[in-house]
Ligand binder design. Structure first.
Ligand SMILES: Cc1cc2nc3c(=O)[nH]c(=O)nc-3n(C[C@H](O)[C@H](O)[C@H](O)COP(=O)(O)OP(=O)(O)OC[C@H]3O[C@@H](n4cnc5c(N)ncnc54)[C@H](O)[C@@H]3O)c2cc1C
Length: 381
């Protein structure tokens, strides 16, 4: 087993790290305050080929491995957690399922421009009454001759405010439970598609979370992604990959908490010496460093498992659970190390603490990750 990154992975890390430090970090506090979706940053990420990293080059992507992808999401999130999730959603929750389930004609229309970053994608599973229990969603798609008619509403849609196309999961057969769901590609300009409530959030404030309303949206079969009744499989397999992106986001936020804590502890003096000389502070720093490294290793392991082509639900759930809980703990300790200044929004750790929390909730809560992991254990996986 070789824990070293390849030459290519190191180059990607260095390139994204420099870009994030120069272009993204300086704007993180500003977009947190204005809550404006950073379209310009998305465009710059596209220029660096970060919007379709695992998509083959023939479909507009970069054709890289998943480890390169998680390295990039970590580095972006280390600078700005909002930017990290925007890029993660476009790569993992949008491009990935279109690549795996789309026909060539669908890939030409709904993958290429999105992998190139000319357009932005989003993923619509959650509804007001159905989050963890996704199979109970109520959006209906009813056949009328050659068309599907969709009615319903989706909530908390990341990138939703800017997205050009949404992957929408709808019920096409209410008697079949999770085998009655089907996925559809819905363009923003389709009549009946509209943006509803804009959510005001605790963290990742500029990630464009909105409600998407579908009011008699009429679609032909060419908009169906995957087979009829295959939607739950499309949704869940997509989340397996998405969770690796969120684990990487959590590693990046936690690494940032450690970076800031280290420099603050060296500068801040109490009782005549830098607080870095107090063992109480040193132990916090040591615990944070171990948690960040363990989370990173589980995240890389999940990425390698994904690329091996075998099932990787266990690995991705473990990585997301570990990294998100470590991230919340690390940012809490960073606020503590900063003392009163940690609670003031002029200092970066206040934002990190707010940004961290969502990693324990979206793409499956920590409780759901434990359900997945325990189910796998009991099946002998
Ligand atoms: C900022 C943000 C961005 C999001 N982005 C997207 C997006 O882009 N696309 C999308 O489709 N969704 C998105 N979501 C939705 C997100 O994935 C859900 O909020 C999440 O899965 C939890 O669902 P819920 O909110 O309905 O909570 P519920 O499912 O109602 O859960 C409530 C509580 O019960 C617990 N619980 C539920 N079921 C179980 C169980 N079986 N065992 C143990 N505990 C359980 C949960 O862990 C939680 O603590 C986003 C949410 C937020 C807040």
């Amino acid at each position: 087993m070789d824990f070293r990154l390849t030459e290519e992975q190191r180059l990607i890390r260095d390139m994204v790290r420099e870009f994030a430090r120069e272009e993204i970090a300086p704007r993180a506090a500003e977009i947190d305050r204005t809550r404006e979706f950073p379209r310009d940053t998305f465009r710059k990420c596209a220029d660096l080929n970060l919007t379709g990293m695992m998509v083959p080059e023939e479909w507009g992507g970069t054709g890289l491995d998943s480890v390169s992808y998680v390295i990039a999401v970590e580095e972006l999130s280390r600078a700005c957690a909002t930017t990290g999730v925007i890029i993660s959603v476009n790569n993992s929750l949008y491009c990935d399922p279109v690549q795996r389930y789309g026909t060539d004609a669908q890939k030409e229309r709904w993958l290429k421009p999105f992998a190139l970053g000319e357009k932005i994608g989003c993923y619509c599973l959650t509804e007001p009454h159905a989050g963890s229990d996704a199979a109970s969603l109520r959006t209906l798609a009813v056949r009328e001759g050659d068309t599907w008619v969709l009615n319903g509403s989706k909530v908390f849609v990341t990138n939703g405010i800017a997205a050009d196309c949404a992957i929408v999961f709808a019920n096409t057969d209410r008697d079949k439970g999770n085998r009655g769901l089907t996925a559809f590609l819905v363009d923003r300009d389709t009549p009946g598609y509209s943006i509803g409530k804009h959510e005001t959030k605790m963290g990742i404030t500029a990630s464009g979370s909105v409600e998407i309303v579908l009011d008699h949206v009429r679609l032909s079969d060419e908009h169906r992604l995957g087979a009829e009744g295959e939607g739950f499989k499309v949704a869940m397999s997509t989340l397996d990959g998405g969770r690796i992106g969120i684990a990487a986001q959590a590693v990046g936020i936690a690494q940032s908490a450690l970076d800031h804590s280290l420099s603050y502890a060296r500068e801040r003096k109490a009782f005549g010496k830098p607080i870095a000389e107090l063992q109480a502070i040193q132990f916090k720093l040591a615990n944070m460093a171990v948690a960040v490294e363990a989370s990173r290793m589980l995240t890389y392991r999940a990425a390698v498992a994904k690329d091996s082509g075998r099932r990787f639900s266990q690995e991705s759930a473990m990585a997301k659970l570990m990294a998100s809980e470590a991230c919340v703990a690390a940012t809490r300790e960073a606020v503590q190390i900063y003392g009163g200044y940690g609670y003031i929004n002029e200092y970066p750790v206040e934002r990190l603490y707010r940004d961290a929390k969502i990693t324990e909730i979206y793409e499956g809560t920590s409780e759901i990750q434990r359900v997945v992991i325990a189910a796998g254990l009991l099946k002998g996986e």
